[in-house]
Write a protein that binds this ligand. Structure first.
Ligand code: GLC
Length: 456
């Protein structure tokens, strides 16, 4: 488990407690039903795309139903695309008429999303892309078009400020895009300061670009993983789950094969795969992040795809029983457990999240040195017998049939925070190799022969 170089301030603890957010990619691009970037990826005619976007008029957008589904699915916050790379604004912006408020829908979808999700008790996130494929000056930049660039930069800043002024408390802000600009051109740091003035507790992600004037932040635009040292409060490994040691982090993932907004006929990832990503975020994260922002791409008409709802509610039912192993949990991976599943911890509890049930009555867990007080099959509430012999824990009386279709969880209560010995702490291909030599020597000898005894 990675340790973090700072303590999480109280006003951000909701984020680590939440663990699980719903990413919503919705806009006129859903009409094409081949992903949110179709304008660029399929090199469409800009004018034709804008005419179709202007005419887009969803008839079944029901934010209360979306919010109720999100709550039942176990999400604790959401992040809604206010403006994607195509430039279409999903709110009543004072700075353009290319919006759902001024065009066919005549609705402020951001307002409806914020009101419904906040009423349902979810924290509010907004996604906003720096890029706008309609604006040449964004790509010419300040060097080639200083006047045009300054107009675009002011437009971007003004839109972010109006989103943070007119819609109540915003808890989470997800910038996207950036390429080919950088933090100095975008004046990300200045905007960040303005954002914190408007929304003091807000969490802003790391897709603010590279700054050569602010502590040498490097140019990964934030999509990079691991210890990205770009600006911002949380890392955003995308289609990846990699812990960030310098700040909170949130892995954003799709529920389908690859694209973020609705795709007609697309393949879907199974519920157990999606749940395993949530468990992996909790295992690798803990008190300093390790959130999963799991995506939904509603249909052009405003409905949540049934395939998404089916998977999301499946995971929601699992979280109703096993949520204590995920929400607000600390990192896991106390011992080597990949041959069974994943581990998370919380105070004196170690949670064994079992990926596959092998039907054997006894489970052996090596290298846990903490004294065990009790063992429970969390899935059914059944108390399990156990025996501890030094650093070996034998859990017995396990049912032959898997207690749940998704991942059964065993909760081990320890005297004190769960701890492991050196073998448990230092994983395969890590740590001090002499422990491997000692293990082989003491248990079999040194020779290549079956009995380990040297000959000749
Ligand atoms: C990538 C995609 C963008 C999507 C984002 C989500 O940046 O370009 O379409 O919204 O990932 O993180």
């Amino acid at each position: 488990m990675t340790t973090l170089d700072f303590t999480v301030p109280d006003h951000w603890k909701w984020f680590t407690e939440s663990r699980y957010g719903m990413f919503i990619h919705w806009g006129p691009y859903a009409q094409h039903a081949r992903g949110e970037q179709i304008l660029f990826r399929e090199h469409l005619d800009q004018r034709e795309y804008a005419e179709q976007a202007a005419a887009w008029n969803p008839q079944h957008f029901d934010p209360e139903l979306w919010a109720a589904t999100a709550v039942k699915a176990g999400f604790k916050y959401a992040c809604f695309t206010t403006r994607h790379h195509d430039g279409y604004c999903m709110w009543d912006s004072a700075y353009t008429d290319y919006s759902s408020a001024k065009l066919a829908p005549q609705r402020d979808f951001v307002r409806e999303y914020v009101d419904a999700f906040r009423k349902a008790g979810l924290r509010i996130g907004l996604y906003y892309s720096w890029i706008d494929w309609r604006l040449p000056a964004y790509f010419d930049g300040p060097a080639k078009d200083p006047e045009g660039w300054e107009k675009v930069r002011a437009y971007l800043h003004n839109q972010v400020k109006e989103l943070l002024t007119n819609y109540g408390q915003i808890d989470h802000f997800f910038f996207d895009g950036v390429w080919p600009r950088n933090a100095d051109e975008l004046q990300s740091v200045e905007l960040l300061e303005e954002m914190r003035r408007l929304q003091p507790g807000i969490l802003v992600n790391n897709r603010l670009g590279y700054s050569s004037t602010h502590d040498e932040y490097r140019a990964d635009g934030g999509v990079g993983a691991g210890d990205s040292d770009t600006l911002g409060d949380f890392g955003t490994p995308e289609h990846l789950i990699v812990a960030d040691r310098k700040r909170l982090w949130e892995s954003c993932q799709v529920t389908t094969w690859r694209l973020w907004s609705h795709v007609f006929g697309e393949r879907w990832r199974p519920a157990d795969y999606l749940l395993d990503m949530l468990c992996e975020c909790a295992e690798k994260g803990g008190a300093h992040g390790g959130n999963l922002l799991l995506n939904c791409g509603p249909t052009a008409d405003g409905e949540l795809p049934p395939e998404f709802v089916e998977r999301a509610l499946d995971i929601g039912r699992w979280l109703e029983v096993h949520g204590e192993a995920i929400y607000g949990s600390d990192g896991g991976s106390i011992t080597e457990f990949i041959t069974r599943g994943r581990q998370t911890t919380r105070e004196n509890f170690l949670y064994l999240i079992i990926r596959f049930w092998d039907g054997r009555p006894v489970m052996r867990l090596a290298d846990l040195t903490s004294k065990v007080k009790s063992v429970t099959l969390l899935t059914t509430g059944q108390t399990l017998e156990f025996e501890q012999r030094d650093a070996e824990l034998f859990i017995t009386g396990l049912p032959a049939e898997a207690p749940s279709r998704l991942f059964p969880v065993i909760r081990v209560e320890c005297e004190g925070k769960p701890e492991a010995n050196q073998w448990g702490r230092e994983r395969l291909w890590e740590g001090d190799p002499s422990r491997v030599a000692e293990w082989a020597r003491s248990q079999r000898g040194t020779s290549v022969f079956a009995d380990g005894i040297e000959r000749g």
